[in-house]
Ligand binder design. Structure first.
Ligand code: AMP
Ligand code: MG
Length: 480
């Protein structure tokens, strides 16, 4: 039997913070993929008949100890506040591992909830497999992320622009507490409820701030630092989240809500794939400033706890917020130095980094493979890198490398630069085969390739290249 060790602490919070709701049964659940490695990490027995897993992780049968709820939250979507909530997700409960680690077990796409508004509460099989692939890739890239335990096909139709088969994803998260949850609790609940919720979040994610002089301010500082690290990591691997609304920003610093996200091929800071992001608000190079904007919305909710006088509270919050840019820039610079193997810090480094980025931008060079060209001769062979401007840059870099320990530098570069990312065209190929043609082989190959993204493996070389046309016209969609 698939048995979680449920301990559902969220239900101890005020009733307005969630609604009890059961998944809506589906016609013919069929297990498409199950993450055995993750099941083992969670201490689950996965030696269970596929039919049973499909029944349980579609929501057709309720797991023992589960107390399903949909969580309430709000959020600034493209700058405007809306009341949202789990419209197509149901939290089955919190699983405690043997090591006492707490994880939310959530179904995504299990049918309507009180927060569904006009939506059907469903998701397409293809979009849930997409989240599975990309979240597992982000995790393998050693970037904090929600995880994917399973995807079950529903045997039912979901109507979008076209008709698709439905799918239910089992998502695992340290929690689903979002900036948008804080916004909802602060705006629509009394102060006592908000205080209890803040304490709950601190105990769950940042127990170390509990005994500080000003826990609310310390919480904000800690969340800000987690977000900075997260965004720097996204920048390192060329990840574009695509819809960094405040409801899609997790307080614990995990990448969450894989919707119109994608990986950049050719480097350009203005790269956007999301079909609805017309103004480029969530473009690759804007992600840090958007995180700061979201954090400002977050700290606004906390002002009342930071200081009883609002002017003073604002001043104290601003003092912390003002450290965002310098902290981000310092971490970003360290990360870029790592990508170039520069362990020491020299004055001209920033210039060296920016001139490489500018060269990539001018020549449509692939972000991932350009760094690999500095490590692996086979990438360097490409015609693009025979370009004079690149060669001149490379000479400068080699000169700068003279003060570094070569072996250690190369090792640092290998750890900082992925060889395999889930390239958009490969992801699409895998989804076409798995969700539409019933052929799981391309998806399993892709998952095997992205499982060890920093290792060069000739078996997976077909996953290293960008599409022939550069993939510039690739588009992604929200909420499919
Ligand atoms: P997202 O773009 O996935 O972050 O979703 C934004 C909001 O829309 C969240 O409150 C979702 O729960 C809700 N939502 C998205 N798709 C659906 C759907 N098919 N049915 C109901 N609610 C949905
Ligand atoms: Mg969302």
């Amino acid at each position: 039997m698939l048995q979680f060790n449920f301990d559902n602490s969220y239900l101890t919070l005020a009733p307005k913070l969630f609604e009890k709701v059961l998944p809506t049964a589906v016609y013919a659940p069929r297990l498409v993929i199950f993450n055995k490695a993750l099941a083992a990490e969670l201490g689950l027995n996965s030696d269970v008949a596929e039919e049973m897993i499909a029944e349980l992780l579609s929501g057709n049968k309720i797991l023992q100890g589960s107390q399903p709820i949909a969580q309430a939250y709000g959020g600034h979507q493209f700058g405007h506040f809306n009341m949202l909530g789990d419209g197509r997700a149901i939290l089955l409960g919190e699983h405690l591992t043997a090591q006492n680690r707490r994880f939310d077990i959530q179904l995504k796409g299990p049918g309507a909830t009180p927060y569904s508004r006009n939506g059907d509460g469903r998701a397409t099989l293809s979009s849930m497999l997409r989240e599975y692939i990309i979240s597992e890739a982000i995790h393998a890239l050693q970037i904090p992320s929600t995880r994917s335990l399973a995807v079950v096909a529903t045997g039912e139709e979901v109507h979008r622009e076209y008709t698709h088969e439905g799918g239910v994803l089992t998502r695992i998260a340290a929690s689903h507490i979002r900036v948008g949850t804080f916004e909802f609790v602060r705006r629509f609940n009394d102060l006592e409820t908000f205080k209890t919720f803040v304490d709950y979040t601190i105990q769950r994610h940042y127990p170390e701030v509990m005994n500080t002089e000003n826990p609310a301010l310390a919480l904000f500082t800690a969340v800000m630092e987690k977000q900075i690290t997260l965004i720097v990591n996204w920048m390192r691997v060329g990840f574009i989240h695509g819809v960094m609304n405040t409801d899609n920003m997790s307080i614990c610093g995990e990448t969450i809500d894989y919707g119109p996200c994608a990986f950049m091929n050719a480097y350009h800071p203005e790269t956007v794939f999301s079909s609805i992001d017309k103004g480029g608000r969530y473009a690759f190079g804007n992600q840090a400033q958007i995180a700061k904007w979201n954090l400002t919305r977050f700290v606004e909710t906390l002002l009342v706890l930071i200081h009883p006088e609002s002017d003073k509270a604002i001043e104290m919050a601003q003092e912390v917020l003002q450290t965002f840019n310098p902290k981000f820039e310092a971490q970003w610079l360290r990360m870029m130095r790592n990508k170039l193997g520069l362990m020491h810090e020299e004055e001209g480094d920033e210039q060296l980094i920016h001139s490489l980025l500018l060269w990539m931008q001018d020549h449509g060079a692939d972000y991932t493979n350009t760094f690999l060209a500095l490590i692996y001769p086979e990438f360097l062979k490409e015609a693009l890198y025979q370009n004079d401007a690149f060669k001149a840059w490379q000479q400068e870099w080699l000169k700068r490398m003279e003060i570094e320990n070569n072996l250690a530098s190369i090792e640092l570069m290998r750890q900082s630069n992925p060889v395999v990312i889930p390239r958009n065209h490969r992801v699409e190929e895998a989804l076409q085969a798995s969700a539409h043609d019933g052929d799981l082989a391309p998806m399993n190959n892709l998952l095997a390739a992205i499982a060890q993204p920093y290792q060069k493996n000739s078996e997976f070389s077909q996953f290293q290249n960008p599409p022939a046309d550069g993939g510039k016209n690739y588009k992604t969609y929200c909420g499919t």
